[in-house]
Design a protein around this ligand. Structure first.
Ligand SMILES: Cc1cc2nc3c(=O)[nH]c(=O)nc-3n(C[C@H](O)[C@H](O)[C@H](O)COP(=O)(O)OP(=O)(O)OC[C@H]3O[C@@H](n4cnc5c(N)ncnc54)[C@H](O)[C@@H]3O)c2cc1C
Length: 647
């Protein structure tokens, strides 16, 4: 049995980041960018797919600038995008605490936290813009938590030693999204945004090498439609649900980015997946979703397991001297606030040693007893009350009285569509923002940095760089349904859906998704080996073949049909999963969340191989043949690669 090998193509030489001191590059780029005069903006249409924090902020801002925006989401309302689930907070280098924070420190922490696999230019820009985001959101009325004196409050997240995470209780994503949504709603009411909810993009229209539109399906009526524009923005979120079980919203999927990849957009670092250390452990095979317990809990909760293997006594019966607060022991400087990749691996290690707690031994304690003693229950409730309530509703255990049990789970994808400094993909006119792109977080994202990136991209970066693209391509020929490129993509979409309906087999799309997810977790999850990845690469094409022979999709395409929606998403997962494993196999090093067991330091940490792998792996789709690898070398002028140390 063979698996798809890969070819190495031309390296990516130019990311469009200007030269010069890193702190000046964003100003330089904005000054060099061409502008579109306000009267001409209303002549341009821009499609934005997605209404989460990235898409919502981008759509509102572009419409505010005067562009005609056509926007899509598959939920029934833009404000139900997955971003609403974000709990913990958003980073910004405001230094309100006067605890030594600065733009440079946020830049440094993010490059280091990403295990030196992110671009310095982008990360520095992100750190600069972080401060503007907070001002923008406050102006919108986002109710950030405040201190007694009235200043915005902050807390700490993993991988940093300052307190720079702004939050709105445990509902930060929801409050930020309501801010973006109200700005978007204003533009919808003004007629500047044409909003299509319950409409799913199924493919990208590329005409003469440029992104010019999308093919979409109305999820209520099943009607397939085409939409055209001068530029297309994908803000379609992450693809963590390829693993079936994750903390992502159940409908989050990979279709938009995968279809764009098939039309020419490179896919970067697809194997870089974040496994979050603090999720509620699985309770069996019946589950279709996992629940995150916010990282903010690690500010006050202490993580421990029994020192002895197989100790099944209730937590309260285990004396202090027989507990192992292993993060505090191994990483005394950062303690419970080490980055996610490190905390997740440490949890896996103690469970693998037989010291895990709870059913199946896949759990560690997150204990608030000390915090309750120190701060009082009321203060803990004030800070984390809604998270504690959620935990109790799911587990029927009261975390004020017994420690929470947590275990790592798939949470975020650092990989995504490759974009240059302008957030443009390799298909001219196609931009990707938010979790849908690969930028900024390297091999491991620091907590509270996704909301920062999504809003930086949507409110600030994209609106500046789209101008430049449109100013340079002002007179695009109108595209109609008669164009051969449109006819081809429409026919392919309809054929795919019809084929899915025609198989009429005996297995649900969900059963294939679960099988794929289990395989991915086993071989491309928290720890990866060459042998395991080769096994997965042999097995995925077999599952795919079986899928196309045995999937059962009842009903028709001309109606509300969730089975068809699901099956179509599984088609894309089955292809993307293969690229993820190939990427993980080719990257014979450990870095961040990508832990190859063969490559570890003597004390068990991830061992990077900078000489060979200090690059972004950008994969080109080659019509179903061997994927082509284009390397974008990473250079570090300001934060020099070292073995990450949090001890
Ligand atoms: C439980 C949880 C908690 C989190 N907490 C935090 C936190 O505290 N801080 C932090 O920084 N990060 C957090 N994250 C990560 C963060 O929430 C996400 O990375 C971020 O919200 C992604 O935003 P986005 O706008 O890129 O995409 P999303 O919010 O996922 O939005 C995607 C949008 O695209 C649309 N879409 C997708 N595909 C299609 C298609 N084919 N056709 C039409 N529309 C489509 C969807 O309808 C949706 O509107 C958390 C993640 C999870 C899972």
């Amino acid at each position: 049995m063979t698996f798809p090998d890969h070819r190495v193509g031309e390296p990516i030489a130019d990311t469009k980041a200007p030269a010069g001191p890193v702190a000046e590059r964003w100003d330089t780029r904005r000054f060099q960018a061409k502008l579109v005069n306000p009267a001409n903006r209303r002549k341009h249409r821009i499609i934005v797919v997605g209404t989460g924090l990235a898409g919502g902020s981008a759509g509102a801002t572009l419409a505010e600038q005067g562009y005609q925006v056509v926007q899509f989401c598959f939920q029934d309302s833009p404000r139900r995008a997955h971003s609403i689930a974000a709990q913990g907070g958003i980073n910004a280098a405001k230094n309100y605490r006067n605890d030594g924070d600065s733009i440079h420190r946020l830049f440094y922490d993010t490059v280091k936290g990403g295990d030196f696999r992110a671009r310095e230019s982008n990360v520095h820009r992100l750190a600069q813009i972080s401060v503007e985001i907070i001002d923008q959101c406050v102006a919108q009325g986002v109710p950030f938590a405040r201190e007694y004196g009235g200043l915005l409050d902050t807390r700490s997240f993993g991988g940093v030693q300052v307190s720079r995470t702004f939050y709105a209780r445990g509902q930060t994503g929801q409050q930020l999204l309501l801010g973006a949504y109200q700005a978007l709603s204003r533009q919808i009411a003004a007629g500047n945004v044409e909003m299509h909810a319950r409409t799913e993009m199924l493919d990208l229209v590329v005409v003469d090498g440029r992104a010019r539109g999308i093919v979409a399906r109305d999820l209520i009526t099943g009607e397939i439609s085409t939409h055209y524009a001068d530029a297309v923005v994908l803000a379609t979120g992450g693809y963590g649900n390829v693993f079936y079980l994750s903390t992502n919203a159940m409908n989050s999927n990979a279709t938009a980015v995968w279809r764009a990849h098939r039309r020419g957009a490179y896919f970067a670092n697809p194997c870089f997946t974040q496994i979050h250390p603090t999720c509620i452990p699985r309770t069996g095979d019946h589950q279709s979703k996992l629940t995150l317990m916010s990282e903010s809990l690690r500010n006050d909760g202490r993580i421990w397991v029994p020192k002895a293997k197989g100790d099944t006594r209730p937590a309260a019966d285990i004396p202090e001297g027989e507990r192992d607060y292993y993060l505090e022991r191994i990483y005394p400087s950062f303690g419970n606030l080490v980055p996610r990749d490190i905390a997740s691996r440490a949890a896996k290690n103690v469970c693998d040693e037989g010291r895990g707690v709870g059913p199946g031994g896949e759990g560690v304690y997150l204990d608030f007893a000390d915090a309750i003693r120190r701060m009082g229950r009321a203060a803990v409730e004030e800070k984390y009350g809604n998270l504690f309530d959620m935990y109790e509703r799911i587990t029927a255990e009261n975390p004020y009285e017994v420690p929470m049990r947590i275990y790592p789970a798939v949470h975020y994808t650092m990989g995504g569509l490759w974009v240059d400094y302008d957030l443009q993909t390799t298909v001219p006119g196609l931009f990707a923002i938010g979790e849908a792109n690969f930028s900024d977080h390297g091999a491991n994202r620091l907590g509270a940095s996704a909301l920062m990136q999504g809003l930086a991209d949507g409110y600030f970066v994209l609106p500046a760089t789209v101008n430049d693209y449109l100013a340079r391509h002002p007179h695009a020929e109108p595209v109609t349904d008669d164009h051969p490129a449109v006819r081809e993509v429409l026919a392919e979409t309809e054929d795919r859906l019809n084929l899915l309906l025609a198989v009429d087999g005996d297995r649900t799309p969900d059963s294939f998704h679960r099988e794929l997810g289990t395989l991915m977790w086993e071989y491309c999850g928290m720890a990866r080996t060459e042998e395991g990845l080769r096994k997965a690469l042999r097995r995925i094409p077999e599952i795919r073949e079986e899928f196309w022979n045995r999937v059962k999709v009842p009903g028709t395409g001309a109606e509300f049909n969730q089975s068809l929606e699901k099956a179509n998403r599984v088609v894309d997962y089955l292809e993307l999963a293969e690229l993820m494993c190939l990427d993980a196999l080719h990257r014979a090093e450990s870095c961040g969340g990508h832990f190859r067991e063969e490559h570890r330091t003597p004390d068990g940490e991830a061992a990077r191989r900078d000489e060979e792998f200090a690059y972004v792996a950008a994969w080109e789709f080659d019509g179903g043949g061997a994927p082509v690898l284009h390397k974008e070398d990473l250079t570090f002028e300001y934060v020099h690669p070292t073995q990450r140390s949090y001890a």
